[in-house]
Design a binder for this molecule. Structure first.
Ligand SMILES: Nc1ncnc2c1ncn2[C@@H]1O[C@H](COP(=O)(O)OP(=O)(O)OP(=O)(O)O)[C@@H](O)[C@H]1O
Ligand SMILES: [Mg+2]
Length: 415
């Protein structure tokens, strides 16, 4: 828009281009005469009589300020000011009022006018001073606003750095725990194989070597844990650089759920929760199998982790158009006020010293579901368990679904 004056405050006598919006020819004449009489030569008035013409001029001309009568043929009262304000960008507006409606002038200050002048009282010098004062004040206000915006941006950047540091420390901890366990198991296996006895001080030598199978199970479990963490991390980074692409094919959701349930069997057994799976023998649709598996893994791992050892149920079914998957536990539940936030990156409703995790699982789940054109809902009460319901169109993701615009923020910025 050509409206912004960019008025330099160090040039107080710069000639001004002022848009005069006034439908009364007598008032226009009076104003022009006052300027001539008082030898104000550096104000150039561009006159229009209608708001519609004023709006056109705003878009076209390079202006320094607007002098605005509020009663025009095509608009009256403060509405005139609001419409002009909406189009005028940073341009200062000085309202012209009659001497009987000075109250309107005062109210116009609340609607974004920089000043008001009472018609007839405006001699040329007063008009000149009023306009320059309005422009200067506007300039100062703008500088103040820019300064505040800059401070807010700086604070956001500092917060983003803090969030990133915190994330790095949590992520390092989460990755280090399985690595420590892997290392111990490998050392123990090596010691067993070379007949040197267990290297684990928690396992006394006279108890005999640990069965190789048990060590391998630990290695498998910790590798799977690492795999899950890294997969979620990879998915988040793909989403954020805009490289998240689905690879849909014909998938049987029923078989996929049973496979995931079997894979998480050992984790489930350690939690002492039982898992019941109900559903049609098969449930076909066009989905990205790897991503769908991630959805089920994340939801089921959460149910196990936060399920307090109580029973877990997975139910699935569908009609001609869509498939529904419900994962339900009777564990610690989620307080109402946290229920929206836990779908955001890094958001967790539990302390990390009680439950490990990066706070990425549900974020990834939701993104995958949305990318398929589906929905995810949560029903939960604190202390009463949680039920996550995923609905997916069976026809798969439509081309119209584009929830993966790369986000401007980097890792941690909007955490
Ligand atoms: N079934 C559930 N019951 C209770 N709370 C849950 C459940 N599922 C998720 N939550 C809450 O939502 C938060 C976010 O879950 P999310 O899966 O995104 O992260 P996480 O489990 O903490 O870590 P990870 O990234 O390793 O999955 C959890 O920290 C927990 O507070
Ligand atoms: Mg999780």
């Amino acid at each position: 828009m050509g409206a912004d004056s960019g008025y330099p405050s160090d040039d107080p006598r710069r000639p001004l281009n002022v848009l005069l919006v006034e439908d009364n020819p007598d008032d226009v004449r009076l104003l022009r005469r006052a300027l001539v009489r008082d030898r104000v030569e550096d104000i150039h008035l561009v006159h229009v009589a209608r708001l519609s013409d004023a709006l056109l001029r705003l878009a076209k001309d390079r202006l320094d300020a607007v002098l605005l009568d509020l009663s025009l043929p095509d608009s009256t009262g403060l509405d005139t000011l609001r419409q002009l304000r909406a189009m005028a960008g940073e341009l200062p507006i000085v309202v012209l009022t009659g001497h009987t409606d000075e109250a309107l002038g005062l109210r116009s200050l609340h609607e974004g006018a920089q000043d008001y002048l009472v018609k007839g009282q405006a001699d040329g010098r007063l008009l000149d001073r009023g306009l320059r004062y309005a422009i200067e004040r506007h300039h100062v206000q703008r500088q103040g606003r820019l300064l505040l915006e800059e401070q807010a941006a700086r604070a956001a950047a500092v917060e983003a750095l803090r969030a990133r540091d915190e994330f790095l420390s949590v992520a390092a901890h989460e990755l280090y725990t399985p690595i420590t366990s892997l290392k111990l198991s490998a050392e123990s296996l090596l010691a067993d194989l070379s007949g040197g006895g267990p290297a684990d001080p928690g396992h006394p030598a006279d108890a005999g070597p640990r069965p190789v199978q048990r060590q391998l199970q630990i290695i498998e479990r910790q590798t799977e844990r690492l795999e899950r963490l890294v997969k979620n991390l990879l998915e988040v980074s793909r989403i954020h650089v805009g490289h998240f692409e689905l690879m849909p094919e014909r998938v049987d959701l029923a078989a996929l759920v049973h496979d995931v349930a079997a894979a998480l069997g050992p984790q489930l057994a350690r939690s002492s929760s039982t898992l019941t799976v109900h559903g049609d023998p098969s449930l076909w649709g066009t989905w990205d199998p790897g991503r769908l598996e991630q959805v089920v893994i994340n939801l089921l791992s959460n149910a196990i982790k936060y399920g307090a050892g109580r029973p877990i149920e997975i139910t699935f079914g569908g009609d001609a158009d869509s498939a529904t998957l419900v994962v339900s536990d009777r564990g610690i539940g989620i307080a109402q006020e946290m229920q929206e936030r836990i779908f955001e990156r890094f958001e967790r409703a539990v302390p990390s010293r009680s439950f490990g995790g990066l706070g990425l699982g549900l974020y990834v789940v939701q993104r995958i579901v949305l990318a398929h054109g589906g929905t995810i809902e949560l029903e939960s009460q604190h202390g009463q368990g949680a039920t996550f319901t995923v609905r997916l169109p069976r026809s798969g993701p439509s081309a119209a679904v584009v929830p993966f615009e790369p986000e401007q923020s980097e890792l941690g910025q909007d955490a």
